[in-house]
Design a protein around this ligand. Sequence first.
Ligand code: FES
Ligand SMILES: [Fe+2]
Length: 349
Amino acid sequence: MDSAPAAAFLPPELYRSEAVAALERQHVATRFWHPVAAAADLPPGHVRALELLGLPVLLCHDSDGLVRAFRNRCPHRAVAFHEPTEGSVACRRLVCPYHGWTYDLGGTLLAAAREAEFVDPFDRGAWPLEALGCQVRASLIWVALGADPIPLDDQLDLPLQEAAKALSQPLVPLAFHRQTLACNWKIAHDNTLDDYHVAIAHPTTLHRMQGPVRHYSHRFGTWANLLATPWQDGETEFLTFGLPPWNHLLLWPDGRLALIQFLPENLTSCTMQVWLLGPEARKGEGGVLMAEMVSFLAEDRVLVESAQRGYGEGFRTGPPHRLEARILHQQAIYAALLEPWYASGRMPR
Ligand code: FES
Ligand SMILES: [Fe+2]
């Protein structure tokens, strides 16, 4: 696809409906992979608990080098093995804190307490941990919640075409930032795909990094899209990819990579997470480099929270601009995934 399809923006009703939020959860979130941690933050022989869209997840990095994800729920009585507050912890065996069922990091039950005394004969092999899709790509760990996600390489189609070499470099985490935004995730995602506002809303921050608007260049894949802007050296480019369902991947010519994610919380709030990765040599600069990003993200926060307050009854979106083509591209993907529910009348047009 050379250009985004001409269309109008999604109707504001989609941003206000609990029924739509439930459909997104069921039919959009489950089709994609979600970055959940920097790979280097989970060394071999470590595990880490986290929550993804309310689901308790356990990441396990076996000493064989494989990273796996499981539902963080003991098959016996549903208790979690570790808590998200613990971060990455060294671990050889997962021992449930309730009745002591013990698993290896591959999810196989090794032992249950008083195994000979179950009411019915006990079969260890019948009680593995529930595995989730898990892959390492671009120095991040990605988890899938559904049984039929699109291939991760499809979700990353354009980044892999345009920047395969940069994405294959092993990067270390330089900094991480998380905050809640008081807006629907779609307002935050739309805003980060919006190349129309940068010169106006970020004159001294992001606009300086991206340079003159006349040099912006857009590319569109089946799933991802790209804004390329010439870098200060005049030879290379700063790449900003929009990825479904709510992610953004930024690649600097100096080897830095940032992943910005807007996870839905409820209709009027989302969690923004930002991973900043880079070469080992830049570890000491993480704080300064993240502060640079947070300064333009703070400018965006004011705008997206204001837009949220305006998205109430009676609002109709204005006409899309050429520089908003990346918003239309991602919204077309969203609408196509939910088309069966449009057709059945369960979603507002
Ligand atoms: S809940 Fe885990 S052993 Fe009982
Ligand atoms: Fe912005």
